[in-house]
Design a protein around this ligand. Structure first.
Ligand code: ZN
Length: 250
């Protein structure tokens, strides 16, 4: 079984289409979407339609929750808040309802998926320190725990029996064709990076291909038409910073 793992699309249609085109050559059986479908970008409706056609295993992100009022506007910075209000005004009742029905955690063995952390998924904490990694890995009941939210790719292997991190890779160059060394007591925490707003200094769209039979993981970086995505953001009257940052991947 080969999964395409997409996260943090953020209504960036140019990036999403480039990723789906790349994934079409990867013999994918199932698509996984880790949330933050909307917010920041200018094409929320088209991105929702693309994903709806794929029927991915999905969870909600903080921007999806902000859009439907499940998370307070005060949670977000000013640019994100403006983008959420703009997005909410453009989505239909059915589209907002589709966001509302997304769960916070979903499991389809051997994957458990969550936008942020398993300990408190509704708080949308950033899984960035060892304590958060250990909590999430320990709570996960499946071999793989797949997360998003930070917009930075990451692979951590954690041994439940040794109570130790046994593998850590955080750069895209290191995350090509990785052979995972897993046993029954390992938890593999994977972040595929962000499709629509990468923040690791590489502006190319990021997603992951996970083969659970061969136990291989590849984070794939895909160039896309950044200039068009930027132009649409500016023409929509969204904050300029949301367009500017796409060029630098920060
Ligand atoms: Zn996000």
């Amino acid at each position: 079984m080969r999964y395409a793992i997409l996260s943090d699309i953020h209504a960036n249609l140019e990036a999403l289409d480039a990723v789906l085109h790349d994934a079409a050559s990867q013999h994918i059986d199932r698509t996984v979407c880790l949330g933050d479908l909307v917010g920041y970008g200018a094409d929320p409706q088209a991105c929702l339609a693309r994903l709806d056609a794929l029927q991915p295993l999905s969870v909600a992100g903080n921007h999806d929750w902000g859009c439907i009022g499940k998370l307070s506007q005060s949670w977000f910075n000013e640019a994100a808040r403006q983008a959420l209000l703009w997005t909410r005004d453009r989505l239909s009742f059915a589209e907002l309802d589709a966001l509302r029905r997304l769960p916070l955690v979903a499991t389809e063995d051997p994957l458990t998926i969550v936008h942020a952390t398993l300990k408190s998924p509704e708080r949308f904490d950033y899984l960035m320190d060892v304590a958060q990694v250990v909590d999430t890995a320990t709570m996960c009941r499946t071999l793989y725990c797949v997360v998003g939210h930070t917009h930075v790719p990451l692979l951590i292997e954690y041994s439940l029996s040794r109570k130790a991190v046994t593998g850590f890779l955080a750069r895209s160059e290191e995350l090509r064709d990785v052979h995972l060394t897993l046993d029954a007591s390992t938890r593999c925490v994977i972040n595929p990076g962000s499709v629509g707003q990468p923040r690791d200094g590489d502006p190319r769209a990021s997603y992951a291909v996970l083969d659970v039979d061969r136990k291989t993981l590849s984070v794939r970086r895909v160039p896309y038409d950044v200039a068009t995505a930027q132009r649409k953001i500016r023409e929509a009257g969204l904050p300029g910073i949301l367009a500017d940052r796409l060029a630098v991947g920060r």
